[in-house]
Design a binder for this molecule. Structure first.
Ligand code: HJL
Ligand code: ZN
Length: 199
């Protein structure tokens, strides 16, 4: 199984009050760990004024630790063409499993989840399949959704496509969309690198 060793840093935890630190669960730490990893991927994305620099990672769920259950990472424009972070993550996973992207759902481990710094897109420029449709298209042999949950750092700002219905469509299909708080400022600053900030 592809894996990448990453360490849990204290950065996010230190931003919280002592009370919040005391009540933080291992699950919370796990989500912060992977959101931080997605953010570090987003930083690798080449700035482009017409989209956002986003990072993503796919993870096999069910374990308490934060090492060893990473499946793949991705960032905007990582793979060939006008690729999104989530799309790059799926393209890389399909290459790892030696299957087509549309067959990936049959290969993903049970309980696979996706972390992405920004809510998956529901509208793209001509000729590109939105990431929501890519996620919804990943099915087990018995028809179940292969990605069970999507963890997001921020909703998509209404800059390019107006209100993004991504979250709504995923939830309607039974995929929980969970906000991982605490990274909004950093995520948006990375996402809008190279944008004209005068408007
Ligand atoms: C997400 C990404 C990425 C966006 N959103 N979730 N992951 N770039 O990797 C959403 C934004 C679109 C623009 C331009 N960005 O990318 O709405 O050219 O990038 O299809 O609307 O559309 P194209
Ligand atoms: Zn997308």
């Amino acid at each position: 199984m592809p894996a990448q060793s990453t360490r849990l840093s204290d950065e996010g935890r230190n931003r919280l009050t002592p009370m919040a630190q005391a009540t933080k669960t291992l699950e919370d730490e796990r989500h912060e760990h992977y959101m931080r990893l997605a953010l570090s991927e987003a930083r690798k994305s080449p700035p482009k004024p017409t989209n956002f620099c986003v990072g993503a990672c796919s993870v096999a769920s069910g374990l308490q630790n934060t090492e060893g259950d990473l499946l793949a990472t991705g960032y905007t424009l990582e793979c060939e063409g006008n690729t999104h972070a989530e799309q790059s993550c799926f393209i890389k996973l399909a290459a790892l499993y030696g299957c087509k992207e549309e067959d990936l759902g049959e290969h993903l481990p049970e309980g696979a989840v996706l972390y992405t710094t920004m809510e998956p897109c529901n509208k793209r420029s001509v000729g590109n399949t939105p990431c929501v449709d890519r996620i919804l298209g990943l099915r087990r042999r018995d028809g179940r959704q292969a990605i069970e949950k999507v963890y997001v750092g921020v909703s998509e700002p209404e800059k390019f496509v107006g209100v993004n219905e991504g979250r709504k469509r995923l939830e309607e299909a039974g995929i929980a969309v969970v906000h991982v708080p605490g990274f909004e400022e950093e995520i948006l600053s990375v996402a809008t690198a190279g944008h004209d900030k005068s408007d």
